[in-house]
Design a binder for this molecule. Structure first.
Ligand code: SF4
Ligand code: SF4
Ligand code: FES
Length: 279
C-alpha cells in the first residue's frame, strides 16, 4: 500500500493513500470537531465544522472529505479556522429551537457539546420563535421528529437509505427552507418506516427521539386493578447482556441455571428445541 507523508500542525504524519485529513489527524492524536460526519455512514462534507487550512490553498477545506496527498501541510487550529467554525455553529444555532432544558437530548447532544467546546457563549443571530417553529411529527408509534432541532447533517437520511435500505426520509426544499422530511411532507407514520430507531441512534441532536411511554407505564403501575407484566424486545435484551459482559447463548444443558441473554434467532431456536417431543 502506498504511504503518504504530510504535516499536521507541523508534526510529520505518514498514512495510507486514500486517507482523509480527518482520519490522518485522528491517527496523529489531533482533534478536529465534526458534526455531520459518521464514519462509513455519512461522509458528505455538509456542515463545515471540520474545516482546516491547507498551505497554498485559498479556501478552508472540509477535513472529513479531503484526501491527503504527498507533502500536504495542514493547520487545524489557526485563528481563521477557529473563527470560521464558530460562525458556522452560530448560524446553525440561529435556525435551531434552543430550549435545551426541555429537550430530552440535553447533556447528551453533540450540538450542545460542540457549542461548549467552541466557546459559543453568546449567539449574535436570533433563534426560532413561536411563529417560525415547524410542526413536530409525533404520530409514529416510536419515533418523534422535531424539525426545529434538525441541523441538516443528513446522517438519518444515509442510515435509513443505505444501512436499513428503507429510505423514507430525505431533504426537501432548498437553501434556508431545506428540511429533512418524509415524501410529500407526510408523517413517518404514513410511510413504510420500520421503526428500527437507527435514525434516532445517529442523530446528533434532539431532532429524532424515541417516543416515551413512561407516563402510560406509571399509570398502569399505579392502577390497583391491573397486573403489570414487563417484557423487553429481544434485540434490546441482547444489547443489555452484551453491555454487562454476559455470555452469549450456548446449547442448554440440564445443569445450566445461569441467566443468559439470547439473540432473537437463538431465542427462537431454544423455543423450538423445548417444543420438540422428547425421545
Ligand atoms: S438538540 Fe441539543 S442544542 Fe438543541 S435544544 Fe436539544 S439539547 Fe439543546
Ligand atoms: S434529523 Fe437528526 S440526523 Fe437527521 S438531518 Fe436532522 S439532525 Fe441530522
Ligand atoms: S464534519 Fe466535515 S463537513 Fe461536517
Amino acid at each position: 500500500m502506498k504511504m503518504i507523508n504530510l504535516k499536521i500542525d507541523g508534526t510529520p504524519v505518514t498514512v495510507p493513500e486514500g486517507t482523509t485529513i480527518l482520519e490522518a489527524a485522528r491517527a496523529a492524536g489531533v482533534k478536529i470537531p465534526t458534526l455531520c460526519f459518521l464514519k462509513d455512514i455519512n461522509e458528505i462534507g455538509a456542515c463545515r465544522m471540520c474545516v482546516v487550512e491547507i498551505k497554498g490553498a485559498r479556501a478552508l477545506q472540509a477535513a472529513c472529505v479531503y484526501p491527503v496527498s504527498e507533502g500536504l501541510e495542514v493547520i487545524t487550529n489557526s485563528e481563521k479556522v477557529r473563527k470560521s467554525r464558530k460562525i458556522t455553529l452560530e448560524l446553525i444555532l440561529s435556525n435551531h429551537d434552543r430550549r435545551c432544558l426541555e429537550c430530552s437530548r440535553s447533556q447528551n447532544c453533540e450540538l450542545q457539546a460542540l457549542s461548549k467546546e467552541l466557546g459559543v457563549n453568546e449567539i449574535r443571530f436570533p433563534a426560532l420563535n413561536e411563529k417560525t417553529l415547524l410542526p413536530i411529527d409525533d404520530l409514529s408509534p416510536s419515533v418523534v421528529r422535531d424539525p426545529n432541532k434538525c441541523v441538516l447533517c443528513r446522517r438519518c437520511v444515509s442510515v435509513c437509505k443505505n444501512v436499513q435500505t428503507v429510505g423514507v426520509i430525505d431533504t426537501m426544499e432548498r437553501g434556508y427552507r431545506t428540511v429533512v422530511a418524509s415524501p410529500f411532507g407526510k408523517s413517518l407514520a404514513d410511510t413504510p418506516c420500520v421503526n428500527c430507531g437507527q435514525c434516532i441512534a445517529v442523530c446528533p441532536t434532539g431532532a429524532l427521539t424515541e417516543k416515551s411511554d413512561k407516563s402510560k407505564v406509571w399509570a398502569a403501575i399505579s392502577d390497583p386493578e391491573k397486573y403489570v407484566v414487563f417484557q423487553t424486545a429481544p434485540a434490546v435484551r441482547f444489547s443489555i447482556g452484551e453491555a454487562f459482559g454476559m455470555p452469549q447463548w450456548s446449547p442448554p444443558s440440564e445443569d445450566s441455571a445461569s441467566t443468559r441473554f439470547l439473540t432473537p434467532t437463538q431465542a427462537r431456536t431454544l423455543r423450538s428445541w423445548k417444543r420438540a417431543p422428547s425421545s
